[in-house]
Design a protein around this ligand. Structure first.
Ligand SMILES: [Zn+2]
Length: 113
């Protein structure tokens, strides 16, 4: 369970940007969340309330943009979505070695006032 640490990182980024822009309050935070990270959005929301208490980001809405795990097959150049850790290419049957998305965890944008 590493959600507390990542939530603190996200809160730090959000507060830094909000303060740089002279915000009075953070309304919404859009977060890109790759399925491969294993991070559970529910826990991030839970910790968010703790780590932003008495800051201008308290009560901000968190919006998670879930990014599916996509692999690339070097054999036939197919890109395909991975489910349940099966890296076998549905087109040619080779095992893909490249994961091209799904590891994302980042602040995409924030809305302030
Ligand atoms: Zn293939």
């Amino acid at each position: 369970m590493h959600e507390l640490g990542v939530t603190e990182s996200i809160a730090g980024i959000v507060l830094r940007h909000a303060e740089m822009n002279g915000a009075r309050r953070v309304i919404k935070v859009n977060i890109k969340l790759g399925e491969l990270t294993g991070i559970v959005d529910h826990y991030v929301s839970f910790y968010w309330d703790l780590v932003t208490r008495d800051t201008i980001a308290q009560g901000a809405e968190l919006n998670f943009d879930k990014v599916p795990v996509v692999a690339y097959c070097q054999n036939c150049r197919e890109e395909f979505r991975i489910q349940e850790y099966d890296l076998t290419c549905p087109r040619c049957g080779e095992v893909a070695s490249d994961i091209i998305s799904g590891r994302e965890f980042m602040v995409e944008s924030i809305e302030i006032e």
